[in-house]
Each structure stands twice: as C-alpha cells, then as structure tokens.
Design a protein around this ligand. Structure first.
Ligand SMILES: NC(=O)c1ccc[n+]([C@@H]2O[C@H](COP(=O)([O-])OP(=O)(O)OC[C@H]3O[C@@H](n4cnc5c(N)ncnc54)[C@H](OP(=O)(O)O)[C@@H]3O)[C@@H](O)[C@H]2O)c1
Length: 278
C-alpha cells in the first residue's frame, strides 16, 4: 500500500520544496495551507514535475485551534492511517496579534498548531507500522527562555522573542512526545538559514537584514528541505525518536531544551489551552 504524508505549509518555501521531492518518491500527499489559490498552484506544479496524481489540498488557517480540530476530522475522514505528519507551517508576526481564541498569533501558529495537529492525528499515525511525526524548529531557539507568565504576550511583546520561544517549545514538545510513547517516532530539525518568504511578514528592519543576509549566506529551499525529507522518508531513521537534526545529522539542541520539567510545563499548558478552546 502506498505511504502517505501530511505536510503543513506545503504551499511555499521549505514545505513546498519537501513536497516536490516526497511526491517524486511516490507518496500520497495531503498538502495543508491557508490559501486555496496557492494550494491549487502547488498541486499543479508538483503534478507536472513528478507525474504524481495522489495529491490532496486541505485549506486551513493553522493559527486557530478550532480550525485545526476541523482539519484533523477532515483528514481522518479521508485517510484511515497516516504514515508521516510533517509539521512545517510557521512564521513570525511583526506585531502583537491576539487571535479570537485568545492566543498570541506566533505562539498559536508555530506551537499550538504543531501540538494540536499531532495529538489529534496520533491515533491514525499509530495505524502505520512506521508512523512518524517530524517537526520543523530552528536554531533560533538557542538562548530562548520561556516566561510562562508571558506566553500570550500578557506583559510584553517582541516578534523575535516570540518566534524563538515558539521554536524552543517545538523541540521540548518533540522530546516529551517521543518519551511518552513508542509507537510513533517523533523528531525535530533545524533547516538552516533558508532563502524563503518567512521574513516577508516580519518587522521592516528584521525583514531587510534577513533578506540581505539571505542573498549572501542562505541555503536554497531545496537544501533547506533536506532533513525534512530525510526524517520523513528514509529507512536510515526508522525507529529513531526524540532527536534533533541539521543537514540530516543528529545534533544537540540548547541546554534549556533538555530540562524535563519544562517539557512537562509546555505540554500541560498546550493541553490546557486546547481543552479550554475546544
Ligand atoms: N527560512 C528559514 O531560514 C528558516 C529557518 C529556521 C526555521 N524555519 C522554519 O521552517 C518552517 C517553514 O518556513 P519557511 O521558511 O519555508 O517559510 P515560508 O516560505 O513563509 O512558508 C511558510 C508556509 O507556512 C504556511 N503558513 C504560515 N502561516 C500559516 C497559517 N496560519 N495557516 C496555514 N499555513 C500557514 C505558509 O502559507 P502561505 O503560503 O499562505 O503563506 C507557507 O506555506 C517554519 O516552521 C520556520 O519556522 C525557517
């Protein structure tokens, strides 16, 4: 039976680059994005490049917990098992935005999104005999510290801090989930500094620094997708779980990311927000 994969943020950047290569490996792909026009275009591009016709688009704004629950139900009604969930969609909001569900938008999009989709789909990923969850984080987590009293910018807001904290949470959530169960492998990665649109909605100064730096130093999207493709599809990492990767090699994440009490705190706070919102 053909393997399948759900890729979030598959309409652009690293997610789209990963989808193209994974489609060429003959996976059935569920592409998730918020913009149907970009979704249609991504499917046309992948189909013409690979000839793979087993592509579905799911429209969802992943900054909303309720939307993610609906998306999970839709995915579960379409597929009876999932082999891989590649949590990739993310970004950084330049200003403080509190969603209608009361969450700071970068935290909602980057961390609550990964948490809710993973926990909602875990039972059908467990139906695969090689179920995998792959989370795209970032080395931007290095140096970040979580202020549990300011998760939704209650006291102050900085676009960069919020982004870095969300990426630290991605890593802690991965380690916690990997430790909690052994049916599905859960790994996390840093794609490198990649020339994408990610800085497009950041503050103007950051945006121009990032764009300028990107021209000089960034990896291409194809290279930046290497660990996402490797962890999602390679037999080399079958059964490997709870690890952090860069350029398809295991690396260490920050010291703070290995503090188990913080894994528990991050897990509990995400679970609490999820329960309160749903
Ligand atoms: N680029 C880098 O240097 C870098 C470095 C480290 C980590 N990362 C991580 O890599 C991942 C991918 O980033 P990228 O650089 O490829 O960014 P990108 O080019 O901006 O692509 C992000 C993707 O996520 C989707 N997305 C964003 N917000 C969404 C929402 N609320 N609902 C649904 N979809 C949403 C976007 O959809 P639209 O097409 O509708 O915008 C797009 O498909 C992110 O997790 C990021 O944190 C990137």
């Amino acid at each position: 039976m053909k393997k399948n994969i759900i890729i979030t943020g598959a309409t652009d950047g690293i997610g789209l680059a990963a989808a193209k290569v994974i489609a060429s490996k003959n996976y059935q792909i569920g592409l998730v994005g918020r913009n149907p026009e970009k979704g249609k275009k991504a499917i046309e591009t992948i189909q013409s490049k690979t000839g793979n016709e087993n592509l579905d688009f799911f429209q969802c704004d992943l900054s909303s917990v309720k939307n993610i629950k609906k998306l999970s139900d839709e995915i579960k009604s379409k597929y009876s098992k999932i082999d891989v969930l590649l949590n990739n969609a993310g970004g950084a909001n330049k200003t403080k935005v509190i969603t209608s569900e009361g969450l700071e938008k970068t935290f909602a999009t980057n961390q609550m999104n990964y948490y809710v989709l993973s926990t909602e789909l875990l039972n059908i990923i467990s139906e695969s005999n090689d179920g995998r969850i792959v989370n795209v984080a970032s080395n931007a987590h290095i140096g970040a510290e979580i202020d549990y009293e300011n998760v939704n910018a209650e006291k102050s807001f900085s676009a960069w801090t919020s982004y870095c904290v969300s990426k630290l949470m991605n890593i802690m959530m991965t380690y916690k989930m990997a430790a909690m169960q052994d049916k599905v492998s859960v790994n996390v990665l840093h794609p490198g500094f990649v020339d994408t649109n990610i800085a497009g909605n950041e503050g103007s100064l950051i945006k121009y620094i990032v764009k300028f730096g990107a021209k000089l130093f960034a990896r291409s999207v194809e290279s930046g997708a290497d660990s996402s493709i490797y962890l999602s599809t390679s037999d080399d990492v079958k059964g490997v779980s709870g690890k952090y990767f860069f350029k398809c090699r295991e690396i260490q994440s920050s010291k703070a990311s290995y503090v188990k009490e913080d894994w528990d705190k991050v897990w509990s706070l995400c679970q609490k927000f999820k329960e309160d919102i749903l």
